[in-house]
Write a protein of this length. Structure first.
Length: 436
């Protein structure tokens, strides 16, 4: 572990979830039927990541000025039906032990934090390190106390209630005791891990224009893909060569070179030299090829190549949690194992955690038995409509199902035949995996 890393996201009361936990492995694959809640789970991580940057809640989740735009559904969309607030949390793994963070945010009648708690390792074990108290008589403020490791009452102060208290802790605690340093370090570790979450959502039509050559850190939409790849070409020829070889494996015709062309103003655009077929600029490339280039560039460059924003203090290395929805978009099924190999390499060589969603039977079949530990099934409770998250390996019938064939075939064709089931009822297993 090169830095604090997100080990789980708690969807305590968020959108369609109540008391659910999303565990994160080096490779986490989230599967489930449409409208089961997969995107809602990813939104929970996205909300935590945005809030960790220290902006006020409205700006973080509603702003249309930022490149990412408002979070899906906006603030009001984060709240479970019938409530006026939502609650999220996470566990951050560190070399010193786990750190837990939880927050509850009220949306109506005004947006404010009504509860926040940070707990983590100290010299005397796991302790509460930051705990919110009663709202202040001063509008827009809340009381909170933090651990200092000394006898008696912990120090406390007023915090703004329109942004994470953890993001404000370094402005309140002086760090003049070992206990306070534990609290400050834990807060920094949480912020570092959460701001290291990057949701890649490539928009092909935005990737077909000339962009400034200096805009080298890949954005969420990958609109500056040409500049990002241009930077790789200049500074890491070996990695650039790997990218070109991966691209050659995507198509069934010859690719001689991947070019980064320049305009008269010095802006750049990708182009493919396809030999006898001529040169194809990015504005003529297929959606699938552009999405593939964005995904592979993010995996190959890791956090160094992505627009993650400023790092947190305390000299912490920031671990990357890369989120890609429907990784298979634009890929032929034959490329599934190749892309999955790239994902595994990113997860092992650069300590990147990768969280993907997929509906691809080919990609599911390419998963190894060890990968199955990171497969999470999202489904709706038939009675309450609440979304549930369950490890694939913990579903009743998992062992027998895997004996019937690769996971992709099981999901697509229901190869867990009645005759093989014996007396056990596998109807719920079939429903959760979408086997009709």
């Amino acid at each position: 572990m090169t830095g604090p890393a997100i080990e789980e996201v708690r969807l305590t009361a968020f959108k369609s979830f109540h008391g659910a936990v999303l565990p994160l492995a080096p490779l986490t694959v989230l599967i489930g039927r449409n409208s089961s809640g997969k995107s809602n789970a990813l939104d929970g991580l996205e909300v935590l990541s945005r809030l960790a940057r220290g902006d006020d809640i409205n700006e973080a989740l509603e702003s249309r000025r930022s490149a990412a735009g408002p979070v899906r559904g906006g603030l009001s969309g984060c709240v479970p039906h019938g409530s006026d607030r939502f609650s999220l949390g996470c566990t951050i793994g560190t070399e010193g032990g786990p750190i837990t963070f939880d927050v509850t945010i009220q949306v109506e009648p005004e947006v404010r934090i009504i509860e926040e708690r940070l707990a983590g390792p100290t010299a005397t074990g796991i302790k509460p390190l930051l705990t919110s108290g009663e709202p202040s008589q001063r509008r827009h403020h809340i009381n909170a106390a933090w651990h200092n490791g000394k006898p008696g009452r912990n120090p406390s102060a007023l915090f703004l209630n329109d942004r994470l208290l953890t993001a404000q802790l370094a402005l309140r605690a002086s760090g003049d005791s070992e206990g306070e340093m534990h609290a400050l370090w834990a807060g920094a570790a949480v912020l570092s891990a959460l701001t290291g979450a990057f949701h890649l959502d490539p928009v092909p039509h935005l990737m077909r224009q000339y962009v400034p050559a200096r805009d080298i850190h890949l954005r969420r939409t990958a609109e500056n893909l040409s500049a990002a790849i241009g930077s790789v070409q200049r500074h890491d020829p070996e990695l650039f060569g790997n990218l070109v070889e991966l691209l050659r494996g995507l198509v069934d015709h010859d690719i001689e070179r991947l070019l980064v062309t320049r305009s008269e103003l010095g802006d750049v655009m990708l182009a493919l030299d396809e030999g006898a077929l001529g040169v194809t600029p990015a504005r003529e490339m297929s959606d699938g090829m552009l999405r593939f280039l964005a995904s592979t560039t993010s995996l190959l460059t890791g956090g160094d190549g992505l627009e993650l924003g400023p790092t947190v203090s305390f000299g912490l290395d920031r671990s990357l949690t890369l989120v890609i929805e429907e990784l298979e978009n634009g890929l032929h099924p034959s490329q599934a194992s190749q892309v999955l190999r790239l994902v595994r390499e990113a997860a092992t060589e650069s300590a990147t955690r990768v969280l993907i969603t997929t509906h691809s039977p080919a990609l599911l079949s390419a998963l190894s038995g060890d990968d199955h530990q990171g497969v999470i099934v999202c489904a709706r409770d038939r009675t309450t409509g609440t979304s549930l998250l369950t490890r694939l390996t913990e579903l009743d019938g998992y062992a027998t199902a895997m004996g019937a064939g690769p996971l992709g075939d099981v999901v697509t064709h229901g190869r867990l035949m009645r005759a093989e089931r014996g007396d056990q009822d596998y109807a719920e297993f079939d429903r959760l995996l979408g086997i009709g």
